[in-house]
Design a binder for this molecule. Structure first.
Ligand code: ZN
Length: 516
């Protein structure tokens, strides 16, 4: 359909422009050799060795008189620790709705090493300026945390090549976490509920293990934790983490590393920093106040499961949304009028589709045609497809392996496309999300319906009740598409039933309402 293809090209153009604009905004940042982010939590992240950039006019260091050994003169960088630090910061922000402090050296270690005392760190005045900026920023952030919170945690992130899967702890054998040990005892440093104890219970191979053993020579904690640790005057407990290549090189494992570390930091914060964790994170879009609230109708009745209550609760906890119920009868009676978005929740797609009947389905289709938004979750995604006589035919998708729809439930991993990360404001390649027999989507190639954009695909599988292995992997988990003047967003899995992922549902609703 000509109209649709114009819509589609316009949308793609807009996407490309947005992408270019984001690139231009970043260009200024990349010229900076120290990346710094002021925080809103007593957590400070430091990554001194992941940088790739040259410092203009500065020759590589030669290290005259310095010993070429771990802890001495080293010019190789800790590959991917810059990316890791940004991902950890994003995961912490996604979990708490607040930013941690972050200092990242973007210059290559060949020119300057922030994790050494000045005499062994640089050999050129221009490199000294970058070094000073790194430490002035870190000092300012530590003072800030001390003033506001009286205590805090600094994590200095590194990479090592001694063991691929191991993460080494460096605290100068407990010295840089003196305050933690004084306040909470040795267990807080080396027990099961210490940061490394939690990381181990979350599946990491850590050293030392047992945690009261000796820290590995070469990884016992460098200049940064020795300068800012709580044996000094800042009141900040500082821990160096040395990651193996297996958990930092590839974006998938790195995302998982960031997410596990965030969980352990959250536990640490509750135990030792006296935090009350927010039950859910705040969506940036929902945080603004004073804007007109958005009329969101949620289908109620035959085919909607108890998961609908969880969905309603997640939506009602947000400012800016006016959430109301709408039944199949009410849809047929014209009660969709005024709604910006219609949500079909989890349950049974055929149940909901048959309850709407042919008349109700036509009204929903017209609602979207005229510019309304449609958000389908699980059963609501089945309902949007063009694969059943009871479905809405507003999403150009078929359902893969229809016969094994009851393939079970549990947490799965999905990977997000760059477009998906941008639209949903997720700074990770992958997220874990609760799945409950949602559709495995694939393009239906229906010429009358615009193609969808796959924003997420399944990376892991659920294969129960005779469902074959290898089918779910790679199918589409989240879609974004247009239908005439309206917008359609579908989730096969359940963001509303995944702790911390409710904000992506809100983003999808706002996108469907043309309200980004
Ligand atoms: Zn390092």
């Amino acid at each position: 359909m000509a109209m649709n293809s114009i819509c589609r090209s316009l949308r793609r153009c807009a996407g490309a422009l947005l992408f270019l604009w984001a690139g231009a905004a970043q260009a200024d940042e990349t010229t900076k050799l120290v990346y710094a982010q002021s925080g809103e939590l007593p957590i400070i992240l430091s990554a001194p060795h992941g940088g790739k950039l040259e410092i203009p006019d500065v020759p590589p260091r030669v290290g005259t008189g310095l010993k070429r050994q771990p802890g001495g003169f080293v010019v190789t960088r800790d590959t991917n620790t810059e990316e890791l630090a940004l991902q950890v910061a994003a995961a912490i922000e996604a979990r708490f709705g607040k930013k941690p402090y972050l200092v990242v050296a973007r210059s290559h270690r060949r020119f300057m090493d922030p994790n050494r005392e000045p005499a062994a760190a640089y050999e050129h005045p221009a490199a000294k300026r970058v070094y000073d900026e790194y430490h002035e920023t870190l000092t300012r952030y530590c003072r800030d945390v001390q003033k506001k919170y009286r205590q805090g945690l600094l994590l200095d992130l590194h990479g090592q090549s001694a063991s691929k899967e191991t993460v080494y702890r460096g605290t100068k054998h407990g010295l840089t976490v003196t305050l933690l040990r004084e306040r909470f005892g040795e267990q807080a440093h080396s027990g099961a509920d210490s940061l490394f104890g939690r990381l181990k219970s979350l599946g990491w191979k850590v050293h030392p293990d047992p945690h009261d053993g000796k820290e590995q020579s070469g990884f016992t904690g460098g200049f940064i934790v020795q300068t800012y640790g709580s044996h000094q005057g800042f009141g900040i407990d500082a821990i160096q983490l040395e990651f193996g290549g297996g958990v930092r090189f590839l974006s998938g494992p790195r995302g998982k590393t960031a997410s596990v570390l965030t969980t352990a930091v959250a536990d640490y914060a509750v135990r030792y920093l006296d935090w009350k964790l927010p039950p859910v994170t705040e969506a940036p879009a929902a945080a603004s106040t004073g804007e007109k609230s958005l009329d969101v109708a949620v289908y109620r009745g035959t085919g909607a499961s108890a998961s609908r209550d969880v969905l309603i609760k997640a939506l009602r906890s947000r400012p800016g949304l006016n959430v109301r119920d709408v039944s199949a009868d009410e849809i047929r009676d014209g009660k969709l009028q005024g709604a910006r978005v219609l949500i079909h929740p989890g349950g049974s797609g055929s149940g909901q589709g048959k309850a709407l009947g042919e008349e109700g389905r036509r009204i929903v289709r017209d609602f979207v045609k005229e510019g309304g938004g449609y958000v389908g979750v699980c059963a609501g995604a089945y309902l949007a497809t063009c694969d059943y006589d009871w479905s809405l035919h507003i999403l150009d998708a078929k359902v893969v392996d229809r016969q094994h729809w009851n393939r079970g439930f549990g947490t799965v991993e999905v990977s997000l496309s760059p477009q998906g990360r941008q639209l949903l404001a997720v700074n990770r390649d992958r997220v874990s999300i609760y799945y409950h027999q949602g559709p495995l989507l694939a393009p239906a190639e229906n010429p009358d319906i615009p193609d969808y954009d796959a924003l997420a695909r399944f990376e892991t599988e659920i294969v129960k009740n005779g469902a074959p292995a290898g089918v779910m992997h790679g199918t589409t988990a989240m879609t974004q598409s247009v239908f005439h003047k309206g917008r359609v967003f579908c989730f096969s899995p359940h963001p509303e039933r995944t702790d911390g992922l409710e904000p992506i549902l809100i983003r999808a609703i706002r996108w469907a309402a043309h309200d980004e």
